[in-house]
Design a binder for this molecule. Sequence first.
Ligand code: BG6
Length: 469
Amino acid sequence: TPATGPFPQGFLWGGATAANQVEGAYAEGGKGLSIQDVMPRGITEQPTEGPTPDNLKQTAIDFYNRYAEDIALFAEMGFKVYRFSIAWSRIFPNGDDAQPNEEGLAFYGRVLDELEKHGIEPMVTISHYETPLNLARGYGGWTNRQLIGFYERYCRVLFERFGNRVKYWLTFNEINSVLHEPFMSGGIPSPRAELTDTDLYQAIHHELVASARATRLAREIMPAAKVGCMILALPVYPLTPSPDDVVRTMDTAHASYAFGDIHCRGAYPGYLLRYFRDNGIDLDITDQDREDLKNTVDFVSFSYYMSICESADPDVEKGPGNIMGGVPNPTLEASEWGWQIDPQGLRVVMNDYWERWQKPLFVVENGIGAKDVLVEADGGLTVEDDYRIDYLNDHLVQVREAIADGVEVLGYTAWGCIDVVSASTAQLSKRYGFIYVDRDDDGSGTLNRYRKKSFGWYQEVISSNGAAL
Ligand code: BG6
């Protein structure tokens, strides 16, 4: 690697999780059901009727009871920031309740107490794949305009309660994923195949308006706060230099760019309006909606796990990957789950987003899911996860490269900084953490925590502000 400048002073190093993947206590503290409570196999199988005991998220890693211990471990690693989500159904058990659930608010108050004790900056995802089940099944999820009002009521409660304690807010996790996983991402109960493009884009429109209204509300209630959008970043490369492949690549990239364009510029881009015209998509967009959308975000956050290729040849098959999948790149290796590893893609996407939107970036998810093995070592049980260290090191080197390219970057939160239940497969054996949690896919285990080798590595990276990479 060529020598480049250092990470900026005050760079926010840390880790990220989501409520449904760590908390457990799925029916405690007045919490209502969320869509995750009927997704025991993630997105690999149809949702169940009601909660089933084989759903690992019912207990997850028991963060609900062990948050203090976990946050102390994050502090030991030197975290400057911790990104977590608030479970909407802990605050509004049915989503449409008139009053919030005090016990749910109290829990997040206690989490914030711990973070403050250790000087860790909180970053809150308001909606991370955990729409209250009643809003999904009773209203049709985000296809229904009423969700804008319910979301705004939820945001008002959060901002009024926590506005003086939380500076960084993200409105919707991986908002572009709704195109591919409408139930998990948008609480839309109809199977993808039965939804028209109009249904999907109307739901997307409602989410974008809700996000913009939340941003306006945030500015009123907590002027010092920063609101970001959150995009699933998946750089798309043409499989061959053929112009057909290049144009197809542009179209695929546009489908995701549209979200950032609207969040950052406050209006629908021309290529999306053309797509609507060409496909007979006629959305209900009011004048008020157009006004609301002008409340653009302060920064752009995104997840990055892999890149994909695109091809105009209908016979070229797609491979597995982060929610959307894509045509495999013949030059890259993949993780055990088939997600292709492309550190330089992170630099590419960071330059791309910066040049396109000119807003500070925040890398809020990155990491590798792997099967870890707990082994005896001098200091007790640990995991020799050199593969994780390599993955994260290579990606952080590319963040440094992007910074040297002139990209403004606020921070980096490694995904699943403690092992979590996977979103796509609902497995615990797909581990991302610096901290191993003793729980297996069959639900057995002590739930004890163990520091992996990567724990000490990340600690050094943070204490040297990236010089140890
Ligand atoms: C992102 C999600 O898609 O990727 C996370 O925001 C998720 O919730 C992460 O856990 C990794 O995906 P998976 O399916 O390996 O858990």
